[in-house]
Design a protein around this ligand. Structure first.
Ligand code: SGN
Ligand code: CA
Length: 545
């Protein structure tokens, strides 16, 4: 840790041990300082939360947070990818400042993260579930985290006190059991807590729990309007991205076809079979789990084999979309059920009133819009992320907020809620103004976005963007130099780039200037990270060009 950072933490620690002591005695009776329960899922699209959109599925427990708290309709991320989003949340700083620009390099532990500040201020802190940082989290009294992406069945965790440990069962239930155990048996109940409850689900490759795959493999879902998008009207990046459900999903890992099915159908090995991925998950199951799985997925394979010969590309896309939704939404059913268990616990133990509960995702996700799965783009489905916050007596129930808020704002919001001063170099804004109904004082008009992980899986080109409620201006760079402008009000599905349309000349001029100003404000000057450039030049992608 940098010396200055250490000093800051020591200062905060000393300040609180002196200043907060007398109050802590009072806390025992009145529990003044609020608890923070931060719930985050991995790749949970807002289209798959019924409080936002009930077309696809129903999430009654997560919806409770919207009914009893505030729902943000325009929450978004600064960089739509897993570990970078988590780094932004923990540091309150953009990726280019905290250094975690993509999933590949480990998180730089010199960064000060908000849980360290909570811990120094006398809070009990714990983290359970997925972190995906390449190193262990700092500032936690307890943690049990998955290794990298983790597994759905019988996962291994890295635990703070016992090293690596194997667990039997389904990951979403296990992460919840750990969370409830800590709340009930382990924490110091005299102190307020800051708890991070982080689901692996619904991350690819979408393995639901038994009772949910039994139910969801029988369901049919409405297709999005843009499932057969041909990407006309957009630039190179949309055309070259490898996220198409028909072309880029794995037959085995994603669509759950058995090798025997692919052999029978003559699907050549290598064309997204990904047999390894299939085995990776299936091999972890116990005999009993595997038998139950096969009982449901073998008939799915059989039915597909019988109709395959009659299917054209369109029919195949439709079938793959349904398969995708059945498994993706099946994993969310477990998340919802388990969130319900935790909310019930807060009610039973009289903790709900003094706990700020947050539900969000590390980014949004495509559920067939533009024919895609995955995320990364500054386009709506991946740039936006669900955000629900409940804090009884502070936040009025059932309110919807339309302001553009970001995951960059979370650290300062939680610190402000706990009346802990945030370090001055954090780059977000506390959302307390909005949470307490003082929207008139909120003056943010635009947000900044920067995605870096290219070339890499899914091949989404690097880009940065400015987004207002009305427009989105995106610059793709690195191996292209292209601009896109979308009129968000008149083209909500972002189908037509109007950057070169003379009618938008003035908008382009203003947005370009505002984007330059935002880059100065957030201190993002360099387009090319030298580490990444070196890696790119040495990669197969550069050699194949
Ligand atoms: C894995 C997934 C990708 C996904 C990345 C990053 N493939 O590589 O589809 O984009 O993770 O996801 S998988 O077949 O191995 O699941 S992230 O959420 O961690 O950023
Ligand atoms: Ca993710």
């Amino acid at each position: 840790m940098k010396y200055s950072n250490l000093l800051l933490l020591l200062f905060i620690g000393t300040f609180f041990s002196c200043a907060v002591q007398p109050q802590q005695t009072a806390d025992k009776k009145t529990s003044k300082r609020p608890n923070i329960l931060f719930i985050m899922s991995d790749d949970h699209a807002y289209q798959a939360i019924s409080a936002y959109d009930n077309t696809l599925t129903s999430t009654p427990n997560i919806d409770r947070l919207a009914d009893e708290g505030m729902k943000f309709n325009n929450a978004c991320v600064t960089n739509s990818i897993c570990a970078p989003s988590r780094a932004v949340i923990l540091t309150g700083k953009h990726s280019h400042i905290n250094g975690k620009t993509d999933n590949n390099f480990p998180f730089n532990k010199d960064n000060v993260t908000f849980p360290q500040i909570f811990q120094a201020a006398g809070y009990q802190t714990a983290m359970f579930g997925k972190l995906h940082f390449g190193n262990n989290p700092k500032g936690f009294d307890q943690f049990k985290i998955l290794i990298g992406q983790g597994h759905y069945y019988n996962p291994t965790f890295i635990t703070k006190n016992e090293g690596k440990k194997d667990y039997q069962g389904y990951v979403t239930d296990i992460v919840t059991d750990m969370t409830l155990d800590w709340l009930d048996k382990e924490r110091d109940k005299e102190k307020p807590f800051m708890l991070m409850y982080l689901h692996k689900a619904p991350h690819r490759e979408w393995l639901p729990a038994e009772k949910h795959y039994k139910e969801f493999t029988k369901k049919t879902f409405k297709e999005p309007e843009t499932l057969f998008d041909d990407y006309k009207g957009r630039g190179t990046a949309a055309h070259t991205a490898e996220m198409n459900i028909l072309k880029h999903m794995n037959w085995a890992g994603d669509s759950k076809l058995y090798p025997a099915t692919m052999e029978a159908l003559g699907i050549p090995e290598g064309s997204n079979w990904d047999y390894k991925a299939f085995n990776k998950e299936r091999d972890r199951m116990t005999d009993e789990q595997r038998e139950a799985w096969d009982k449901v997925y073998m008939p799915v394979n059989k039915e597909f084999r019988e109709k395959f010969a009659t299917m054209d590309e369109k029919a195949l896309m439709k079938w793959r979309y349904q398969r995708y939704m059945q498994d993706y939404l099946g994993t969310i059913a477990s998340v919802d059920e388990n969130v319900g268990r935790v909310l019930d616990y807060l009610d039973e133990k009289d903790l709900a009133d003094n706990t700020m509960v947050v539900y969000t995702s590390d980014q949004g996700f495509y559920l067939g819009e533009h024919g895609w799965f995955d995320k990364r783009f500054a386009y709506n489905e991946s740039f936006k992320t669900p955000l629900l916050i409940r804090w009884p007596n502070k936040i009025k129930p059932g309110i919807t907020n339309e302001e553009m808020v970001q995951n960059l704002d979370f650290a300062q919001t939680f610190l402000a809620a706990a009346e802990i001063e945030a370090p001055s170099d954090m780059q977000g804004e506390s959302l307390m103004l909005l949470l307490t109904g003082n929207d008139a004082e909120w003056d943010r008009e635009a947000v900044y976005y920067h995605y870096y992980e290219y070339p890499s899986i899914h091949m989404v080109k690097r880009h940065y963007a400015i987004i207002t409620k009305e427009y989105k201006l995106i610059h793709y760079y690195y191996d292209v130099d292209e601009w896109e402008l979308f009129d968000r009000k008149n083209d909500p599905h972002e189908m037509k780039n109007v950057y070169n349309d003379p009618a938008y000349k003035d908008v382009v001029a203003k947005m370009t200037k505002d984007l330059a100003d935002l880059r100065v404000k957030y201190k993002d000057s360099s387009e090319i990270d030298q580490r990444l450039l070196k890696k790119y030049l040495e990669s197969k992608y550069a050699k194949n060009r």
